[in-house]
Write a protein that binds this ligand. Structure first.
Ligand code: CO
Length: 131
């Protein structure tokens, strides 16, 4: 599998973009709301590195709770898969712990699904459907 992007939880997307843009020498994408995850996201892409900055839209959202418990920082690693439902089913068959049993709408119009952070040393794993 190839890494699609790395997700970083931030308290404030505007502040985070101001911090990351000079470091990476590129501008973030226009902020996008992902209602299913109750986050606002922006992507920064430079070479093979694609970062997703995630700001919670509510304190009781998954990312809001993550920030409360752990603070800002690495939230998930996303891998490209040809079919997100199959990737989740394959992982379940291998005994993996899933957050989603089927894909759901994610950022940039792509279907995504998540595997549980407790199985990966606190790091959430995302599958992104990208044929
Ligand atoms: Co992501």
């Amino acid at each position: 599998m190839e890494v699609d992007h790395i997700g970083i939880a931030v308290r404030n997307l505007t502040d985070a973009l101001r911090a990351w843009e000079p470091t990476l020498g590129t501008n973030g994408s226009a902020p996008e709301e992902v209602p299913g995850q109750r986050v606002r996201v922006s992507f920064l892409e430079t070479g093979a590195l694609h970062l997703e900055l995630l700001e919670p839209m509510a304190a009781d959202s998954a990312v809001g709770r993550f920030l409360e418990q752990r603070g800002e920082g690495l939230h998930h690693v996303a891998f490209r898969v040809p079919n997100v439902d199959e990737a989740l089913a394959d992982l379940a068959r291998r005994g993996g712990r899933l957050v989603d049993t089927v894909g759901r709408p994610g950022a940039r119009g792509r279907r995504v699904g998540f595997a549980h952070p407790s199985a990966h040393h606190g790091v959430l794993v995302e599958f992104v459907e990208r044929p």
